[in-house]
Design a protein around this ligand. Structure first.
Ligand SMILES: C[S@@+](CC[C@H](N)C(=O)[O-])C[C@H]1O[C@@H](n2cnc3c(N)ncnc32)[C@H](O)[C@@H]1O
Length: 279
């Protein structure tokens, strides 16, 4: 395994966090004295680390192998979303049964920390899950299909399917994420979730969905709004997250230009999430 590292002034901490947002193997450490941060990105291949160095400077060195799962995150307590979902890193069947019994009425989604973004603990994922829980309640008994753009661990599509959505489609351009998401689909017994490797920059819209969810960087979102608009029909909902406060005005403008409008905009900490549809 290889690690790329770079020292940066503390004032750039947010910018670095955003740059590697979605990469579970990126670690920001505030250094003693509190005026600088070290950014480390752990890579399986030397080439990946060298590519980062070519783009941002810094140094590359080889490190002893680690247990990725243990490294990615220390599993926190289960996360409750509205009164309908419980996200847990737990995978042991007996422990999952116990959680189900203790949380009657909630759907339990098991997503252990691995090399794909989306265990539910990040505020942007939790924001999408809250919107999805609300959509599930509003669409109960009806037929709704879901498209999850930038699915990472698959958490959103899996939760949507277990909450009643049918035919969930989940896309990511990261092969590892696709592999992990497929495993998570199986692990959770989600029957109708199809995970595909696709880069949104090249992906072509083939059909429409009742709910489209995208937890992505603002630049990827903005570039995808035209396609996203075409995935939505009358009455469809579009959920987005992953936009930093300071990027919201330009993101909303780009959405409006593409024919999208938002009826709910939540600003929480430094993140903005929103729900809307066709203008
Ligand atoms: C912030 S994560 C969201 C993961 C999960 N949906 C969640 O809400 O926790 C963003 C995901 O989008 C994927 N992604 C970023 N740019 C993409 C692109 N151009 N095409 C496809 N997937 C992309 C990343 O690989 C990453 O898994």
């Amino acid at each position: 395994m290889w690690v790329w590292s770079k020292l940066a002034a503390l004032k750039w901490e947010d910018a670095w966090e955003e740059r590697f947002y979605g990469n579970r193997n990126a670690v920001l450490t505030r250094l003693k004295g509190g005026r600088s941060v070290r950014v480390d990105v752990y890579c399986e291949e030397e080439g990946e680390a060298v590519d980062i160095a070519a783009q941002f400077g810094g140094s590359v060195k080889e490190v002893a192998d680690r247990n990725w799962a243990a490294f990615s995150a220390v599993p926190g307590p289960p996360i409750k979303i509205r009164d309908s979902l419980l996200l847990t890193a737990e995978v042991t069947p007996s422990k999952l049964r116990e959680l189900l019994l203790l949380n009657e009425g909630r759907v339990v989604v098991s997503i252990p920390p691995e090399m794909a973004f989306g265990t539910g603990d990040h505020p942007t994922t939790a924001a999408c899950l809250r919107f999805l829980a609300d959509e599930a309640r509003a669409r109960k008994g009806g037929r709704w299909r879901v498209l999850d753009l930038g699915c990472g661990s698959g958490v959103l599509a899996i939760a949507a399917n277990l909450l009643g959505a049918e035919e969930c489609e989940a896309l990511d351009f990261d092969r590892k994420a696709v592999e992990i998401a497929r495993h998570n689909v199986e692990r959770n017994g989600a029957q109708e979730v199809r995970v595909e490797e696709a880069d949104l920059r090249e992906w072509r819209v083939e059909r429409q969905y009742e709910v489209v969810v995208a937890n992505l960087f603002a630049d990827v979102l903005q570039a995808s709004f035209g396609k996203i608009r075409r995935t939505l029909g009358p009455g469809s909902a579009f959920i987005l997250s992953g936009v930093l406060r300071e990027q919201w005005t330009e993101t909303e403008e780009a959405a409006r230009t593409a024919g999208l409008a938002f009826e709910i905009v939540n600003k929480k900490g430094k993140w903005v999430s929103a729900k809307g549809g066709v203008d």
